[in-house]
Write a protein that binds this ligand. Structure first.
Ligand code: DGL
Length: 286
């Protein structure tokens, strides 16, 4: 038995395309429908109520498109809303926090992991709890970096302004002190992180800048590969895999401007994903 229905993939904007890319690599026979709520990104600086309401509207739309499973490729939505979303739909719903946390806990050698993410994700401490579940001995240094998502949504993935923003965002995790000279994370001298977890699906698009700034001694981990593997496993367990010889189709939906979305998507996928459709989201019934 095979199941030709698509997998729904959701993010507030273009960040989830980094997860979609890994899903397509890992499961090339699977069709996908991606929804970016670009018109209302960023989510990470919004209240939990707004994140829940917007995520619900978005997943309602994907569910209407007859998907067989949904990947919430947004850490903010996963952190705030995954429980409510799982209760709402009769579909397997996969988030990005557990796969990323597990990858980071396995990557660290000195048991010190830094996490950068949106304010809503950091406020939830979802990464702290998930990494501690994997290995309670790991010290987790969480840091909100609200300035980075707008660069990615604007397609500004390189250049001095983006580099300066990344440097500012990372300084408290890499150095001992913040801009005001205060120590952010009390720790013994020399006890620096050896693993940086990109806890927002937008951040891998800034990876080359981040890599240059953290240096070669800090491993950079994100959720994309681990989430794609978890999805493949989930499809297998549930008997939802597509025919391995199927011709997969990929549809991209955005609440924002289809042209802008297409430019960003093309940077990641080349011309392989030509179709972008603009959609409006209906208000979700609670
Ligand atoms: N890409 C999302 C995340 O992983 C959200 C970014 C945002 O909209 O603030 O958290």
């Amino acid at each position: 038995m095979s199941d030709p229905r698509p997998i729904g993939v959701f993010d507030s904007g273009v960040g989830g395309l980094t997860v979609l890319r890994e899903i397509v690599r890992r499961s090339p026979a699977e069709s996908t429908v991606y929804l970016g709520d670009n018109a209302r990104a960023p989510y990470g600086v919004r209240s939990d109520e707004e994140v829940l309401a917007f995520s619900t509207q978005s997943l309602d739309l994907l569910a209407e498109r007859e998907v067989k499973a949904i990947v919430v490729a947004c850490n903010t939505s996963t952190a705030v809303a995954i429980g409510a979303l799982r209760r709402r739909y009769d579909l397997p719903i996969l988030g990005v926090i557990r796969p990323g946390a597990s990858a980071a806990a396995l990557a660290t050698r000195n048991r010190r992991v830094g996490v950068i993410a949106t304010p809503a994700t950091i406020r939830s401490h979802a990464y702290f709890s998930a990494i501690k579940d994997e290995n309670p001995a790991v010290e987790v240094y969480e840091h909100a970096t609200p300035t980075l998502v707008p660069f990615v949504e604007a397609g500004e993935l390189s250049g001095p302004t983006a580099e300066a923003a990344v440097a500012d965002a990372l300084a408290p995790l890499l150095g001992e002190r913040d801009a005001a000279g205060e120590s952010i994370f009390p720790r013994p001298p020399g006890a620096t992180i050896d693993t940086l977890l990109l806890g927002c699906t937008h951040y891998p698009l800034l990876r080359s800048i981040i890599e240059a700034q953290v240096g070669e001694h800090v491993a950079i981990v994100d959720s994309a590969t681990a989430t794609a593997s978890a999805l493949a496993e989930l499809l297998g367990i549930n008997g939802l895999e597509a025919d391995p010889d199927a011709d997969a189709t990929h549809l991209q939906l955005t609440t924002g401007d289809a042209g802008t979305f297409h430019v960003l998507a093309s940077r990641l996928f080349g011309s392989a994903f030509p179709e972008v459709e603009q959609v409006e989201l209906a208000v979700a019934a609670t």
